[in-house]
Every structure is written in C-alpha cells, then in structure tokens.
Design a binder for this molecule. Sequence first.
Ligand SMILES: [Zn+2]
Length: 119
Amino acid sequence: MTTETLDLCVDYPLFVNTDTITSFVPSVGPGWVPLVREMLDELRVMTQDYPTQPHFTDIKEKFGKLDAHTDVGNEEIYDLFDKYNEISEHVCALCGNYSDRNTEGYELCQPICRSCING
Ligand SMILES: [Zn+2]
C-alpha cells in the first residue's frame, strides 16, 4: 500500500499563507487524503473569483469526522466543510473505503472500518 501525501504549501499554495509557513500537512489518516483533495479541488473552483482566497488554519480529525478551518469564511465555504464533515463519517481514515464504521464502545469516535480494526 502506498501512502499518498499531501502538503498544501506544495499542492494548494493559494490556500495557505506561504509567507509564514513552508509546510501544511493535514493531520488526518491516509484514507482521508483523497477526500481532503476532493474538498480542496471543489473549494478552488468555488473561490476562483473571490478577491482574496481563504487560508487554512487547520485540517484535522475531530470526533471521528473531518474538521477544517480557514481564516476567513462565508456560508458557501461552511456548507462545503459541512458536506465533507458528513461524508468523512462514512470513510475509513486508514484504508479510505466507504464502509460501515465500528460504532461500539471505545471505538465509537474512531473513523476506522471493521476490516481495519480486525486486521
Ligand atoms: Zn478501513
């Protein structure tokens, strides 16, 4: 299995303040990297005519879901983040499969599918 890497400073420099940082790697599992890319691609199309681009301050997993924050935002952007927040609930953070998630006990908030947990 190859692990896809994502550094916003390299792949989406418009969405980070490259004056102050040189690397921005979302802290999510490898299974979510394609999902994050999809969100960023959609955001890029959405904001192409914006006078200023939103800069990400955080992209992480929180309570088992994708959690993204930018320095400026509006309803359109927040709706997009909400959409991917909901999609991520059904995507395994390890293998990226759209699947049933373990919803029992301790693992309740872990965005990991049953096959990954059971090995
Ligand atoms: Zn999995």
